[in-house]
Design a protein around this ligand. Structure first.
Ligand code: SAH
Length: 241
């Protein structure tokens, strides 16, 4: 059975009998890359409207038009961990975003630490990667990116009730144990490629809401550490996510 392509579409709202005109990039993707023809099915989704079956009604120079038919899935919340991370360099960052979306991240919280070398560049490109990953993996929601903030400011502004801090010093609780009793939306913090400074570690560990956790005996790269945390969360939550 052919796989039905999924497209994330926020506008117009998805309703039965609505006609949707796709932009040039998506028209090109459906007509030239996937070589769809009139009558072929496409699934459209967004967080508010859920997922809908649509059919190609026209492919021409003006682009691809789809007629929305019926709803395949109602909207539903997809709670997941909030990932506080010091952005690694570009390719690693893009890889991290794609994989984190697949693993169920609830939202991205880029933070600047003393040893953060990279800034979150081209947020629209990261957003596009997140959308594509959501389309590919069957999510209904696309996790949002908060603006990049210094770690200390993010702590004050969001004041998470509990923050699981991946501390490579190795004396934290094993993550799996620390996840016991956490709700469906834990907050994870992963440091930059160069790690946290001693002052940052002391600041974090002095806060009663911050729980240092260990990810095992090896020093992981920061994107691996983030994905390890998300994968453990997925395993603890079980197949229901
Ligand atoms: N300080 C290291 C590299 C930091 S690893 C150095 O340059 O020598 C990047 C980040 O991944 C760390 O700040 C930490 O948040 C996380 N991390 C990596 N391995 C970890 C482990 N075994 N346990 C807990 N956190 C880890």
């Amino acid at each position: 059975m052919a796989v039905v392509p999924r497209l994330h579409l926020e506008d117009p709202p998805l309703r039965a009998a609505v006609t949707v005109s796709l932009d040039a990039a998506r028209s090109h993707y459906l007509s030239r890359v996937l070589r769809l023809a009139a009558g072929d099915a496409v699934a459209l989704f967004n967080a508010e409207d859920g997922e809908w079956r649509a059919r190609v009604v026209a492919l021409d120079r003006r682009g691809v038009r789809l007629a929305v038919e019926d709803r395949l899935r109602p909207p539903c919340a997809e709670p997941g961990p909030s990932l506080w991370f010091a952005p690694p360099r570009r390719t690693r960052l893009e890889w991290l975003v794609e994989k984190a979306v697949e693993l169920g991240v609830g939202g991205f919280r880029p933070v600047i630490t003393e040893r953060t070398v990279a800034r979150l560049q081209r947020p629209e490109r990261l957003r596009a990667i997140a959308v594509e990953a959501a389309e590919q993996c069957g999510r209904l929601t696309v996790p949002e990116f908060a603006p990049t903030r210094p770690l200390a400011r993010a702590l004050v502004e969001e004041a998470p009730a509990a923050l699981l801090f991946a501390d490579e010093a190795g004396d934290g609780r094993p993550l799996l144990k620390a996840l016991d009793g956490e709700g469906p939306e834990p907050v994870f913090l992963v440091g930059p490629e160069g790690g946290f400074t001693p002052a940052e570690r002391a600041m974090l560990r002095a806060r009663t809401t911050v729980r240092p956790v260990s990810l095992g005996p090896r020093i992981l790269r920061s994107e691996t550490a983030a994905l390890y945390m998300l994968a453990c969360w997925g395993a603890v939550r079980g197949a229901g996510g």
